[in-house]
Design a protein around this ligand. Structure first.
Ligand code: FES
Ligand SMILES: [Fe+2]
Length: 396
């Protein structure tokens, strides 16, 4: 496989238009917009766009370009115009000359309107962005006319997990970091298990290999531009006493999640999680094209990954973990233990990715051999290359 797509500034310039301006991008969850007037902004560096996502007066989730129609000031921001923000509003007022907009994007007030020569406010509403939700996940599409509605875009493999009780898992932990590497390189590290026994050996129970297949994935699948794989379900509480860190045993949580599942746990192992039908499945990672991963665990919690490119050799990585609201302090501590353990896991990958970016391209190598467990890496890079090639041929 060639990594030319990860070391080329020109290729990234094409990815902006060919991929990020035409795909459905996950920007948040409906839980972030609990009431009419709740809003948040997202800065999408790959398309040089700021998006305002808001729940309007009728309860609909809508998205707009975050730009004032008067002279282009960024409309919604708090302390620093380049930073994302969130809150509650009855309307949005521009900080420059005070034009105002309703939650539905309509322009409602123009300062000294009479000086504007027959200006019709109806012509100056916020510019809408296509926005839709699936299973409580909010997506936007910056294409003026997206070729497919969201559900069709996600396809049957992804939508098969919509019965997972996402709406009950509202306790959210998250972190984000700037990673000096191409966005696809980090995704590669999350969509193969070949590296796990080496990179993560100190976080792995010694008997893991023998325990239901260890890190080896029993099933991989692709559906159009999306991909998924299953991993075995690890049950640390079933391992011998000396195989588990004392802190995990004490706090009843760790790398494989909180040990005590929520009471609706029996609803969480749904068929869509294991499309190959393998009995041993405990985890399913769905990578939704282009940059959003949802990892579902059989015991009632999940986490998401997102990779937002900022240049050919850098991106912002966001990781969010979702649990049932804890019923007591010990459940809360088990969730924190899970969040901290997973962060450690991600940092182990992160270290390597930076050095890969630095050396790729340095020795004149144009092809690298990938094994069977790395089939999803191959699919990601091929998909990116195909989309860029299609964009090029339609524009030249
Ligand atoms: S730029 Fe917004 S009111 Fe002038
Ligand atoms: Fe890893």
């Amino acid at each position: 496989m060639s990594y030319a797509d990860s070391i080329s500034p020109e290729f990234f310039e094409l990815e902006r238009e060919a991929i990020f301006r035409r795909t459905w991008l996950h920007v948040g969850r409906v839980d972030q917009l609990p009431r009419s007037g709740s809003y948040f902004t997202r800065e999408i560096a790959a398309t040089r766009t700021s998006v305002l996502v808001v729940r309007d007066g009728r309860g609909e989730v809508r998205a707009f370009h975050n730009i004032c129609r008067h002279r282009g000031n960024k409309l919604v921001w708090t302390d620093f115009p380049r930073e994302e923000t969130s809150g509650m509003a009855r309307q949005f007022a521009c900080k420059y000359h005070g034009w105002r907009y309703g939650l539905d994007g309509a322009c409602t007030f123009v300062q000294q309107e009479g000086e504007f020569f027959d200006l019709d406010k109806d012509d100056y509403g916020l510019v809408p962005v296509h926005c839709d939700t699936w299973a409580g996940f909010i997506f936007v599409n910056l294409d003026r006319s997206p070729p497919q509605p969201l559900r069709e875009y996600l396809g049957p493999m992804v939508t098969a997990v919509e019965d997972y009780p996402f709406d009950k898992l509202t306790e959210c932990y998250g972190f984000r970091s700037e990673v000096p590497a191409n966005w696809k390189l980090f995704m590669d590290a999350l969509q193969e298990q070949y590296h796990a026994p080496i990179v993560h050996r100190n976080q792995r129970p010694e008997t893991f290999e023998a325990h239901k297949g260890g890190f080896e994935a029993p099933h991989y699948q692709i559906d159009g531009a999306h991909r998924m794989f299953n991993s075995p379900g690890i049950r640390p509480w079933e391992l011998p006493e000396d195989q588990i860190k004392p802190s995990e045993r004490l706090l009843r949580g760790g790398l494989f999640g909180p040990w005590d599942p929520p009471e609706f746990h029996s609803e969480t192992l749904i068929d869509g999680m294991r499309p190959g039908g393998h009995e041993s499945v405990g985890v399913a990672l769905f990578e939704i094209w282009p940059n959003f991963g949802i990892q579902l665990w059989e015991r009632g919690w999940y986490h998401t990954y997102q990779h937002w490119p900022t240049a050919y050799n850098s991106h912002v990585f966001e990781w969010k973990l979702y649990f049932a609201p804890p019923g007591n302090a010990s459940e809360a501590v088990a969730q924190e233990m899970t969040a901290v353990s997973l962060k450690e896991f991600a940092l182990q990958d992160d270290n390597l990715i930076e050095s890969i970016q630095a050396t790729l391209g340095s020795a004149g190598l144009t092809a690298f051999p990938l094994g069977d467990q790395e089939v999803l890496c191959r699919h990601l890079h091929k998909t990116a290359q195909d989309w860029v090639a299609a964009y090029r041929s339609s524009n030249h």
